[in-house]
Design a protein around this ligand. Structure first.
Ligand SMILES: Cc1ncc(COP(=O)(O)O)c(C=O)c1O
Length: 486
């Protein structure tokens, strides 16, 4: 079969990353039949040279096309158009255009959108093999254990014990459809509309928690997190609250962490007043600046106080968001009550993905993937941090630690963070203004000291080559808005 002539590929990247633009161009040619099944594409090096883009951009684009079934790769021969492009088949059956099936067309997944993992690096082929292993098992087709498949709970208990110093056995693990469901279960089990003592949530903080509190009419209050001093631990310790939701290892979104002493004080506070700590450990696998702190659950267990701690984790950051699998580790006396709530909310969790995940963890795939991603995210973190320093020379200050998939910056000027974020999105760059994470601002609670604007930039799913040009774009926009104010 002939080699493909790529001379007519033209990269128009208005509002898109180079990787996205290239992906769409190649996909379009395959879907409209101008590149025939079996034809060979140029090597990544040759195409990068031809288009004057980095080789990584082409490698990531080919990876995405491989993962979605548009290309196949043959050892020592190269990349070929797949015989049956999957989306073409879908397009014929349904009425959706290929564009409407795009992989990345939601602003939630756009460049710098926080909380999105690097999809291009996920070992899709390996994951498909695990799924294939289990789709044909008739024992997985009926209603399953509400608590989660035992194989997965055992794998998770072993993983959490070794990676996060969580102390638990499989009987305490409940598999859920993500941290969001775990948060809802934890709050419904420990709080109720008639609980008079408020429950505390971080501010700024993870908005999804407040949604549950509002939905179920649970009384709550905010505890401030500042870029200078982190969580106001004294405010928690002096409150009569019924419990607190915390992201202690990488506060979302400020990116600070609680040290061991603060953790121990909070555990003691919970134990003394029979209060609850809901620990959301959503991305602790990715710490670049320091060794991760031991989980609060593990620390509490060591001090015989784990009865007051509910530990929550998710696969959204270490794998991908759409998997919708998470877990919670709860004290033994809460398991039955949590299961009643889970039963009422959703029933059991899809079994085949659970079985695939159990194998992925127990055969070492997850830990290998995490190790690889830690290096990749750290490299992206260094690029974005350095570039921000270069382009903003102190006007933007990075306040978050080197961890996770996002970076948080503050500025002192009067540039409005919401206006800035809206205008950035029009230029194809998605950043989150801090106001998004501070719903209580409407209630006139003072802002963090010394800053006027702040935004959160997710670098997880940004191609490393797109980071520098996008920060350049953001700096042009920022200084334009600043000029307009003067
Ligand atoms: C603080 C926090 N917790 C948990 C999650 C993961 O939630 P889920 O497992 O529901 O995707 C996220 C995702 O962005 C998050 O930011």
């Amino acid at each position: 079969m002939a080699d493909i002539d790529t001379a007519n590929l033209v990269l128009v990247n208005e509002g898109k990353t180079l990787q996205q633009a290239l992906f769409e161009q190649i996909r379009e040619r395959i879907l409209c039949g101008s590149w025939l099944a079996g034809a060979r594409l140029p090597s990544t090096r040759a195409l990068a040279l031809e288009l004057n883009v980095s080789r990584n951009t082409v490698i990531h684009t080919y990876d995405q096309l491989l993962a979605e079934g548009y290309l196949v790769s043959k050892a020592k021969s190269g990349f070929f158009v797949a015989v049956t492009p999957p989306d073409k088949f879908l397009t014929t059956i349904g009425s959706k255009s290929p564009a409407s099936q795009g992989t990345n067309n939601s602003p939630n997944n756009g460049l710098f959108a926080p909380g999105v993992a690097d999809f291009s690096q996920f070992p899709t082929k390996q994951w498909n093999r695990y799924l294939q292993r289990h789709v044909g098992r008739s024992s997985l087709l009926g209603t399953q254990d509400l608590q989660g498949l035992i194989a997965l709970r055992e794998a998770l208990a072993a993983y959490l014990t070794s990676s996060r110093s969580v102390e638990c056995c499989a009987d305490q693990v409940i598999v859920t459809s993500g941290a969001q469901q775990s948060i809802a279960i934890a709050l419904l089990v420990t709080q109720s509309a008639s609980t008079t003592r408020p429950f505390l949530v971080e501010s700024p903080g993870y908005k999804q928690v407040v949604k549950v509190l509002d939905l179920f009419n649970i009384n709550y209050d905010y505890v401030t997190v500042s870029s200078v001093s982190g969580l106001d631990v004294d405010a928690v310790l002096s409150s009569s609250a019924s419990g607190v939701y915390l992201t202690p290892s990488n506060q979302y979104p400020m990116g600070c962490s609680l040290n061991t002493d603060q953790r121990l004080q909070l555990i003691e506070w919970a134990k003394r007043g029979k209060r609850w700590i809901i620990e959301d450990d959503y991305d602790s696998e990715f710490q670049f600046d320091s060794r991760p702190f031991r989980s609060m659950q593990g620390l509490a267990a060591h001090a015989s106080s784990a009865d007051q701690v509910i530990y929550i984790g998710s696969t959204s950051k270490v794998m991908f968001n759409a998997l919708r699998l998470g877990y919670m580790v709860v004290p033994k006396h809460l398991v039955a009550r949590c299961l009643e709530v889970k039963d009422a909310l959703s029933g059991d969790t899809p079994s085949q993905t659970q079985a695939a995940l159990a194998d992925f963890i127990s055969e070492g795939g997850l830990v290998r993937h995490i190790r690889k991603m830690r290096r990749i995210y750290e490299a992206k973190f260094q690029v974005i941090k350095t570039k921000i320093k270069q382009r903003f020379s102190g006007d933007w200050v990075v306040v978050s630690q080197g961890a996770g998939l996002h970076i948080t910056v503050e500025w002192r000027s009067k540039v409005d963070e919401v206006l800035f974020a809206n205008q950035a999105e029009q230029r194809g760059v998605v950043v989150r203004p801090m106001r998004f994470y501070r719903p209580e601002q409407d209630k006139d609670i003072p802002q963090c000291e010394g800053r006027n604007g702040a935004i959160v930039l997710g670098f997880g799913n940004a191609a490393i080559d797109d980071i520098a040009p996008s920060i350049n774009q953001l700096s042009i926009l920022y200084y334009q808005l600043l000029n307009d104010l003067e």
